[in-house]
Design a protein around this ligand. Structure first.
Ligand code: C5P
Length: 225
């Protein structure tokens, strides 16, 4: 099989309250995006690593991280638009599979990514890393109205792995019909195609708010020691 990687990295990180977008915050010696790219570059079978960043992003080209396979693509308005731009950048020579991974998840392990690849490719189905919900989940606005049974609830992580053509078609039609798409799997579900759930580590967090930074810093130092 052939495999390409897409990294949506065009978010502005408004929930982080930081001057630069969150993927450029430095933790354990380098930016979050460099940590993420270093992890993904360990995938020897990936032929290209497309990073979708805003056209007016002044930071990306000065990153120290160099890998011949890294290519810059244009980010879009929403995450799904950024991913679709990354897919279209591969249209001349499309891979069989694409692995989409958030720039903001530098803690992913190579073992988890390889587990996802093995499970999905052997089943010939797309899938995602996910972890079972641990907390008791409530529904409500100011008061809890309901406790949601959690036995079959999963938290979606990335990477998410799908066939190139399945994902491109699903994203294009979902975006055209203004369906809310917060991850690749939501577009694939909407297209009525299978999404395999592959259990991954719950410390593969998406760095989103300031309180995530200390935890991510600690976990990155631990991975490097
Ligand atoms: O905002 P959120 O944390 O959900 O973003 C998840 C990932 O999607 C981040 O890596 C962010 O940079 C990326 N993103 C993007 N284009 C957007 C919005 C978010 O590539 N328009």
């Amino acid at each position: 099989y052939t495999l390409a990687v897409i990294v949506p990295a065009a978010g502005v990180g408004s929930r982080m309250q930081h001057s630069a977008p969150k993927q450029y915050i430095r933790l354990a010696g380098k930016t979050i995006l460099e940590h993420t790219l270093a992890k993904l570059a360990q995938l020897k079978q990936a032929t290209s690593i497309i990073v979708a960043v805003s056209d007016d992003d002044p930071y990306f080209d000065s990153l120290a991280f160099i890998d011949q396979r890294i290519v810059r693509a244009s980010g879009g308005k929403e995450r799904a638009d950024s991913v679709l731009n990354g897919l279209l950048a591969l249209a001349d020579n499309p891979p069989d599979w694409v692995l989409v991974h958030d720039a903001a998840r530098p803690l992913v392990t190579l073992a988890d990514v390889e587990h996802l690849l093995t499970e999905c490719i052997s089943a010939n189905e797309g899938g995602i890393l996910a972890c079972k919900v641990k907390d008791t989940i409530k529904r409500g606005s100011t008061h809890s109205e309901q406790t949601v049974p959690r036995d079959d609830l999963w938290q979606a992580l990335t990477p998410q792995l799908f066939k190139y053509h399945d994902l491109t078609q699903a994203l294009q039609s979902a975006l055209a019909q203004q369906v809310t798409i917060t991850d690749e799997a939501s577009a694939i579900e909407w297209a009525k195609k299978p999404v395999k759930l592959v259990a991954g580590r719950s410390d593969n967090i998406k760095i989103t708010t300031p309180e995530d930074l200390d935890l991510a810093n600690f976990l990155l130092q631990k991975q490097h020691s």
